[in-house]
Design a protein around this ligand. Structure first.
Ligand SMILES: *Cc1c(COP(=O)(O)O)cnc(C)c1O
Length: 492
């Protein structure tokens, strides 16, 4: 399986293509595009039948095998077996079987045959769906670095979910260190405790005196210093990483196979969306031939994606127009994985993709509505790819958390609430709609308290996490100091 950049010069076609392991440790392609396979591998009905009975780890092996063709089968099987265990994904809700890794729970069956189903993706160590991919990434990185006798220093900024998922995936891994910046005293007590209580010598928590944007500016400044980056072997694990996307494809298969008994049936998915990584994996599963009917992107007040799927206009937001909401992991100004879908939508024309995203950089967006003066008319093809969207507000989240607690007796987190709100609005007669649960409520307790007047339940082992000893350094937003700190701790 070969990979190309969404912006690859078409004239040069194949020489630039690479294998899975070549792009594993990187982020953007050198031309600024995102990597995708040259074609999507297909699944047959016979494969789906056989896969219905598999454990999550075995299913992950089968799906990944189609993409990571340069990793020997036995190694890949060992990696998925080590990653998807009930010990790693143990934080299931009461009454759900941890062995299923991503169990389904039917919430509602309507008289017209419509069915609302919740797929839990948040049973991993940090109680958010990012563990589904990040845990595999940790094992893949360690495997690859050991083979190459190389090391990698992951450097990033977080306001919550991504940083903690990365740290829990990379802790104790040979050849890997993590330097994670977070805004000092700006994360919730729970999220701070999750990250800072890690005592592993390869994890470096840096609390920056400033806001999240200051942290991101520091990451940019360090990343733009190419000699430093090369010398210190700096890498990232952001959501555009291809291996993260492909690891997420697996749970669409699991959700479909668990919700159906025959391949004649179709299901739809509603996905709480920010950077379009999660739902992009759904798109890829659908392109592989998984019988997915609709893919519904649910956004919060940061509705860049909802706007596109309603109008065909993609318009990135300025920071002043980017809202801090109670579903903070979806607070985005642009959707960093969106280019992968647009590449498919414009018929895999990399010249067009490059031009459209150049326009995003210079003019803040593009318009595919087909109206006079627009950049194209491909919006009319969006339905063919199954995409729809909807949007939710703070009030909707509170109402939905209350309704779901009253109607179904479970507490959902704020991001999942955005998904349920949109799914209930869009559900059609006879449709099976799986909503992806992207975090557990305990992570966003402040809003749960507002909605329900009681604390969200915490999985066992998290009761007193705020009281554990914490390991972190406080630093001013000073790039020179940061570089000195990294160099001192990598010894490079
Ligand atoms: C990251 C995240 C999202 C958004 O996922 P994308 O892949 O960026 O679309 C939604 N909910 C939670 C809880 C998250 O951590």
């Amino acid at each position: 399986m070969q990979y190309v950049s969404t912006r690859a010069a078409t004239s040069a076609a194949s020489p630039s293509s690479q294998q899975f392991s070549d792009i594993l440790l990187g982020g953007l392609a050198p031309d600024g595009g995102l990597y995708l396979p040259t074609e999507y591998p297909q699944v047959t009905g016979a494969e789906l039948d056989a896969w219905r009975k598999l454990s999550y780890a075995d299913l992950a092996y089968e799906v990944l095998k189609k993409f990571a063709t340069d990793i020997p089968d036995a190694d890949l099987r060992a990696l998925t077996a080590k990653t998807y265990t009930k010990e790693v994904y143990r934080n299931a809700r009461a009454g759900e079987k941890a062995t299923q890794i991503t169990p389904l729970r039917v919430l509602e069956e309507r008289a017209d045959g419509a069915k609302l189903v919740l797929q839990a993706l948040s049973n991993g160590p940090t109680l958010a769906f990012k563990d589904m991919a990040m845990q595999l990434l940790g094992n893949l990185f360690e495997y690859t670095l050991t083979k190459q006798d190389a090391q990698l220093n992951i450097f990033g900024a977080t306001s919550g979910d991504t940083g903690s998922a990365a740290e829990y995936a990379m802790r104790g891994k040979k050849g890997i260190r993590v330097f994670m910046l977070s805004p000092h005293k700006k994360m919730s007590a729970f999220q701070t405790a999750q990250m800072f209580s890690l005592q592993d010598p390869n994890i470096f928590n840096i609390a920056v005196e400033g806001v999240f944007d200051d942290c991101q500016d520091m990451v940019k400044a360090v990343s733009n210093d190419l000699p430093f980056k090369a010398q210190q072997k700096i890498g990232t694990v952001n959501s555009i990483n291809w291996a993260r996307v492909v690891a997420q494809v697996v749970y669409y298969f699991r959700g479909y196979l668990s919700a159906t008994t025959s391949n004649e049936q179709k299901v739809s998915f509603t996905v709480p969306s920010g950077n379009f990584g999660n739902i992009c994996a759904g798109h890829i599963a659908r392109m592989m031939g998984l019988p997915i009917d609709r893919l519904i992107a649910a956004t919060n007040e940061n509705d860049v994606l909802d706007e596109f799927f309603r109008t065909g206009v993609y318009r990135v937001r300025k920071s002043a127009e980017t809202y801090h909401t109670s579903s903070p992991s979806m607070d985005i100004s642009k959707a960093s994985n969106f280019e992968r879908f647009i590449f498919d939508l414009v018929g895999r024309d990399s010249d067009r993709t490059r031009a459209l995203f150049h326009k995003v950089e210079t003019q803040g967006g593009f318009d595919l509505s087909g109206k006079p003066g627009s950049d194209g008319d491909e919006f009319k093809l969006v339905a063919k790819y199954g995409f729809k969207s909807g949007k939710s507000t703070h009030k909707d989240r509170l109402d939905t958390i209350r309704d779901v607690a009253d109607d179904f007796g479970i507490t959902i987190d704020t991001h999942t609430a955005d998904g349920i709100k949109v799914a209930r609005e869009q559900l059609l007669a006879g449709e099976t709609m799986i909503v992806l649960e992207t975090a557990l409520a305990a992570k966003f307790n402040e809003t749960i308290l507002d909605a329900l007047g009681v604390d969200a339940e915490r999985p066992a082992g998290f009761e007193n996490i705020e009281d554990l000893p914490q390991k972190f350094v406080v630093m001013s937003a000073d790039v020179a100091k940061m570089k000195a700190y990294i160099a001192a701790n990598t010894g490079l």
